[in-house]
Design a protein around this ligand. Structure first.
Ligand SMILES: Cc1cc2nc3c(=O)[nH]c(=O)nc-3n(C[C@H](O)[C@H](O)[C@H](O)COP(=O)(O)O)c2cc1C
Length: 455
């Protein structure tokens, strides 16, 4: 029997699958189907206070269509509308949350605001309605919306001070776990790490972070009609199978922050058990699913859980939690990556590929894949110019006869060992010395980074 339960930022969930914030949780029938299918927890659709909701919606009607609360097949016809941002104020959402709670499933209340006061009021309402945790939504991407309101959603990711302030404000009003859901792009990695350090300085680190690889997906065109699958609206929260950015963010954050970090939830492009395993091995404790549920219905959860169970049992893994971060142990902390790569470059010429002449059949695959022009066929055998070889291993991987090997690979192993446990603290100091912070913050930083275990 495999134990599928996880501790997620103080919440005990029976399994790591969470239904992400969005249209699936606005309809109670669908919620019941999710619970019957075995979902571990449910996030409500993001809500605003009534004031802020009216200020936003009243100002300009963003959605040309009324939301349609039913599953739509992308294969049959076009997807006309799904509510990407909130369709109801948080006071109504609180009532819905109370209903969902009756089904005995942990509920995470999702909030957004146009001001810190709005976030705090929304969080309070959902806490009073019985939320088990709060998720601050900093991922939604309606350009008109995020460019107009400085505190709205995705905007805040760009301002670590605001980010830390919001976490502080929401944590101040409740003792239940508080998490942040952030869109991550390569540009935002540094900003989010800085925000976490600032949160840590205020002793109000978020309990969890939901990392959303990218939310701005357009599912493309119908190849028969050559018309957009979602007409009229070029930006949409549909994700498809784009999970690479989610994985990259997880791997970077987990290897950089080590064990002294908030819990992570992964969202974005995960649509089967393999996605769940990838995300967990790279540091996520839970995953949040949306598109796959919209596409295939809530019952897909039972299927994913079954496949996960089968995989873990076949690997003799008795508790799913042991997967968390297991693939990150050999990553070099990103703050030390630059130096590692510089030193790795000095190994070119010392590490190189070599052909085992007897096994080579002269197929030429190695010559065609070599990016450096280091391989040439000579008399039906591959020849490697070792001074050009960058020891990338591609020819070794592609050779159908296993006739190529890398020499002196232990030099790289030694270098990896040297950097793998590279101290984060110095690089964090360097990183922070470039930011505009006061002396008091700098002193606090030195003390707290040590406490945070970044040494
Ligand atoms: C139609 C739609 C509406 C969404 N609404 C919200 C929302 O209100 N709040 C939020 O935090 N995320 C929202 N999301 C993002 C999802 O919760 C999820 O993080 C994202 O779609 C990535 O997961 P996926 O690849 O499984 O879809 C929405 C996504 C979609 C497609």
């Amino acid at each position: 029997m495999v134990d599928m339960s996880v501790n997620f930022g103080g919440l005990r969930l029976k399994n790591p699958l969470i239904a992400a914030a969005g249209p699936i949780t606005t309809n109670m029938d669908n919620v019941k189907r999710l619970v019957d299918a075995g979902i571990g927890a449910i996030v409500t659709k993001t809500g605003f206070t009534k004031n802020e909701y009216e200020r936003w919606v009243g100002r300009k009607n963003i959605f040309p269509y009324k939301p349609v609360f039913k599953y739509q097949s992308l294969q049959n016809g076009r997807l006309l509308s799904l509510p990407t941002l909130s369709d109801i104020p948080v006071s109504d959402m609180a009532k819905r949350l109370e209903e969902i709670k009756k089904l005995n499933v942990p509920v995470i209340g999702s909030i957004m605001g146009l001001s810190p006061k709005g976030y705090a009021e929304s969080a309070k309402m959902l806490c009073e309605a019985g939320a088990d945790a709060i998720e601050i939504d900093l991922c939604c991407t309606i350009p008109e919306f995020t460019t107009t309101y400085r505190w709205a959603g995705q905007n805040v990711n760009f301002y670590p001070k605001k980010y830390a302030h919001l976490v502080d404000v929401v944590k101040d009003i409740t003792s239940i776990p508080v998490g942040v859901k952030s869109t991550v792009s390569l540009y935002l990695y540094g900003k989010i790490i800085e925000a976490l350090i600032r949160s840590k300085l205020k002793n109000s680190l978020p309990d969890f972070i939901t990392l959303v690889g990218q939310l701005d997906q357009n599912p493309g065109v119908d190849l028969n009609t050559l018309q957009p699958i979602i007409p009229h609206i070029p930006t949409f929260g549909w994700q498809g199978t784009l999970s690479g950015l989610t994985y990259s963010a997880l791997a970077t954050f987990t290897s950089t922050l080590g064990t002294s970090r908030p819990f992570f939830s992964a969202s974005g492009g995960i649509d089967n058990h393999e996605g769940v395993i990838n995300a967990m091995a790279l540091g996520a404790t839970t995953v949040q699913l949306m598109t796959v549920i919209l596409n295939k219905g809530p019952e897909i959860i039972t299927k994913i859980l079954g496949s996960l169970h089968y995989y873990l049992a076949s690997k003799k893994i008795t508790h799913i939690e042991t997967l968390v971060g297991c693939a990150c142990r050999d990553y070099i902390p990103s703050m030390a990556l630059g130096k590692f790569m510089l030193e790795r470059d000095t190994l070119y010429g010392k590490m190189f590929a070599e052909v085992l002449n007897d096994s080579c059949i002269g197929c030429g695959i190695c010559e065609s894949v070599c990016t450096e022009g280091a391989v040439k066929l000579d008399n039906g055998k591959a020849m490697i110019n070792q001074s050009l070889c960058r020891a990338c291993n591609l020819c070794v991987l592609k050779c159908p006869e296993k006739a190529i090997r890398l020499l002196n690979i232990e030099l790289l192993d030694k270098l990896i060992d040297k950097y793998k446990d590279a101290p984060g603290i110095r690089s964090f100091r360097e990183f922070f010395s470039k930011q505009k912070i006061t002396w008091r913050d700098k002193l606090l930083l030195a003390r707290n980074l040590r406490q945070w275990g970044l040494t």
